[in-house]
Ligand binder design. Structure first.
Ligand code: HEC
Length: 155
């Protein structure tokens, strides 16, 4: 007795796996963030790419700048801008993200950081523009952390 329903069309199988890897590859970041131990690395072997490590640093540094601006104690630094420029060369988990579009988003990000550096008038707005740049690139290349990045915004 042959049962046709046993066979799932191949494109659907590929689609399901594709979505699965997309999710695993780029969105299990929130929960993992605080458990920087070896078991987490084993479960997500790709999480420690050069770009991923850089991004974690960028995230904490951006949060520090937010605190400086909110408390009127300072603003973005040249050091921060240099770190952001490293996005150009850092090796990502998925090599295919290094497209001309990715390069353009990195440049926009660096420009926005420079704009904030010279913006004495409205640091809050300049900072939120910077966070927008993070989110724009993430919409195209890594949607997982967007919710978390949006929390950086100064209200
Ligand atoms: C030019 C594109 C781009 C820009 C701009 C960008 N990101 Fe990312 N981000 C990525 C990509 C791609 C990854 C996935 C890295 C990997 O897995 O190799 C990532 C990963 C992350 C992660 C997860 C790191 C982890 O634990 O695996 C966080 C958090 C993050 N980015 C925050 C930020 C913040 C905050 C900004 C802005 C200050 C920012 N990103 C700007 C492309 C970008």
């Amino acid at each position: 007795m042959k049962n046709k329903n046993k066979y799932i069309p191949i494109p659907i199988v590929i689609g399901i796996f594709g979505i699965f890897f997309l999710i695993v590859g780029c969105s299990i970041n929130d929960s993992e963030q605080n458990t920087a131990n070896n078991s987490a690395v084993e479960n997500h072997p790709n999480k420690d790419s050069e770009l991923a490590l850089l991004m974690r640093k960028v995230y904490t540094d951006t949060d520090s700048i937010k605190q400086l601006i909110v408390n009127d104690k300072g603003t973005i630094s040249k050091e921060y801008i240099e770190i952001v420029e490293r996005i150009h060369t850092a090796i990502p988990t998925d090599a295919s993200v290094k497209t001309p579009e990715f390069k353009a988003y990195t440049e926009l990000m660096v420009n926005e950081a420079n704009a904030l550096f010279s913006n004495e008038q409205n640091k809050k707005e300049g900072f939120n523009n910077l966070v927008d740049r993070c989110v724009q690139c993430h919409q195209s290349f890594c949607p997982g952390p967007i919710k978390k990045i949006n929390k950086l915004r100064i209200n």
